[in-house]
Write a protein that binds this ligand. Structure first.
Ligand code: NAI
Ligand code: PYL
Ligand code: MG
Length: 264
């Protein structure tokens, strides 16, 4: 998994607020309203403990602080444990935590200790960024969506689009992965040489760790790009030229989706 850096998180608080505003404009739902709609859950005074984890590449500067900002920004009660790792877990439970947030280099999870629900960041991130496209009111009539990047975030996005009855076209730089996804799900390969399938899209989802994955060929004027992938897959030049709106934020949107996934 591509790991976040402190630089990725430097502007996270503004990005979360700005993206919440954009999501509200696009869908008529605030980010937490959209999470409530898709998961059918709501917060109920849960106390969220954030445990810094030193395993692997260790603590990422501003990671725990960004999680705490997200929790508190959406009106929940949270704290960062003073201890890390197992001692932090013990501290969290002793201080009455209901939900644990913690991440090592392989997995970032939310675990609700009261109801045993557990959520994985990659799945919840794919789901919420896909739902933003599905709920964008100006794009509701067009069911075609392009998914670029078929990894651990892109695949749950494909599943979400199918559940929402979208026509899904897929692309990955790894052609074996494209073949696997096309054989497992009712989706089509993105193929610009096939005149029967679309070349350009109003709705584009991207989850890769690369820049410039979204070329001018797949864009329409006013396309909507929902992309958790870091760095951003579309250049500033194309954003301006095609008047593209981009939903992208490094951590908070996926975190809120995880919390709603484990609420009752
Ligand atoms: P992954 O490694 O499981 O999947 C990435 C996929 O992208 C792979 O299938 C790979 O073949 C494909 N790919 C790589 N370069 C490509 C290119 N140039 N064109 C098309 N496909 C390409 O990674 P995962 O876990 O799915 O994460 C994807 C991105 O999302 C990473 O940048 C990760 O850091 C980011 N991420 C962001 C989150 C957020 O909240 N914004 C949360 C979780 C992940
Ligand atoms: C959850 C993010 C989204 C993209 N990449 C994932 C990542 O960076 N994972 C690593 C998280 C490690 C956190 C570190 C800490 O500060 O507690 N162990
Ligand atoms: Mg996010």
């Amino acid at each position: 998994m591509a790991l976040l850096t402190p630089e990725d998180l430097a502007n996270m608080t503004n990005a979360l607020v700005e993206n919440d505003r954009l999501i509200t404009e696009l869908t008529n739902y605030s980010l937490d309203g959209l999470c409530r709609k898709i998961y059918g859950t709501a917060p109920n005074n849960e106390k969220v403990a954030i445990i810094p984890i030193t395993a692997g590449n260790g603590i990422i500067g501003s990671f725990s602080e960004s999680l705490l900002f997200t929790v508190q920004h959406f009106g929940m009660d949270g704290f960062i444990t003073e201890n890390t790792d197992v001692a932090g877990y013990y501290e969290a439970v002793m201080k009455g935590a209901d939900i644990i947030l913690m991440a090592d280099d392989l997995a970032y999870i939310a675990h609700n200790l009261k109801n045993s629900k557990i959520a994985h960041n990659q799945i919840c991130t794919g789901r919420i960024y896909a739902e933003i496209l599905c709920n964008a009111k100006d794009y509701a009539d067009d069911k075609d969506v392009l998914v670029i990047g078929l990894g651990k975030v892109g695949t749950p996005a494909v599943e979400t689009f199918l559940k929402e009855k979208q026509n899904v076209y897929v692309f990955d730089v790894d052609s074996n992965r494209v073949d696997e996804v096309v054989s497992e799900y009712p989706v089509s390969k993105y193929d610009p040489t096939d005149s029967k399938t679309p070349n350009s899209f109003f709705k584009i989802f991207e989850a890769t760790p690369c820049a410039d994955t979204i070329s001018k060929d797949v864009l329409k004027q006013n396309s909507l790009v929902s992309t958790p992938g870091i760095p951003c897959g579309i250049s500033d030049e194309l954003i301006e030229k095609y008047s593209i709106r981009v939903v992208l934020e490094p951590l908070g949107i996926g975190t809120l989706s995880m919390l709603y996934a484990v609420f009752d």
